[in-house]
Design a protein around this ligand. Sequence first.
Ligand code: FES
Length: 326
Amino acid sequence: MSKDMTFNTLSLIVLKRIEEPGNIVRLRFGRPDGGALPPFTAGGHLDIHLLDEDLDMWRQYSLCSDPAETGFYEIGVLRDPKSRGGSEAVHRLARQGASFDIEGPRNHFPLEENASLSVLFGGGIGVTPMLAMAQRLHRLGRDFVLHYCTRSRDVTAFRDLIATAPWTDRVIYHHDDLEEDQRLSMDRDLPAPDAKTHLYVCGPQGFMDWVIGEAEAAGHASTNVHREYFSADVDTHGDSFEVEARASGVTVMVGPNDTIAKALAREGVRIEVKCEEGVCGTCVTEVLEGVPDHRDMFLTDSEREEGEMICACCSRARSARLVLDI
Ligand code: FES
């Protein structure tokens, strides 16, 4: 597949915890022995295992630290009471010195390093991958601008980090409570379409839909508008269909409120899942026969059209039957 699906498994500790404005915590992870960490590229993320007596889940968080830094990884996590518990657990469990199993780094949101202009749009906590990208683009000496959108200055995280960065003059803040002309304006802030101009978007779904829609309407090629969904409202419901796990010799029915991964798991066929909402790609499985009904945000448009892969945690079938290579 076109995306990086390799990863390392690490046992890391929280070296530092910084409370940022806006219910965001910035966490620095490192090896207990202080050794070097596997390298990562801008736009990469970590899979973090959240485990205590009440929960056992994996969640993905974008790396915001400098990819040139080998001694630690940093992430930022918004405590979101509307989430399914992952962010609350991070805020509760990630005390200084706490140990976590971590997989990665992986990157589904890579930077086009040869672009002549990169424009980064970060909405709220969606700024985290943009911070790593800004650091990388600065090191490369590339032209870039980061539009950082939040509700107000008071809830804007990472201001200290940005203020002391050598690329601070590349950052334009847009707060919802400012005058109209200081908010993000697609008429003013979107560059002219060009094959060597690349746009990057991460943030709440409404923000992403708006930026992507405006960019594509203005003529930017979809392949130059890069996007990272950190959460998705995914509809996993639909008509029943049959799934054959060919290599396992198992066939199951997937009901209207069921998922492929859960239906197969009940019959002993395990597809690894992490986010369960179509954003991380952990559950991607090869399709041998049938037509997928893609519900995820992970596969690219061309991967969807090819129909050779499916996110088994949420996607369904347009055909009465799917055959998977598992
Ligand atoms: S488990 Fe994350 S995309 Fe399916």
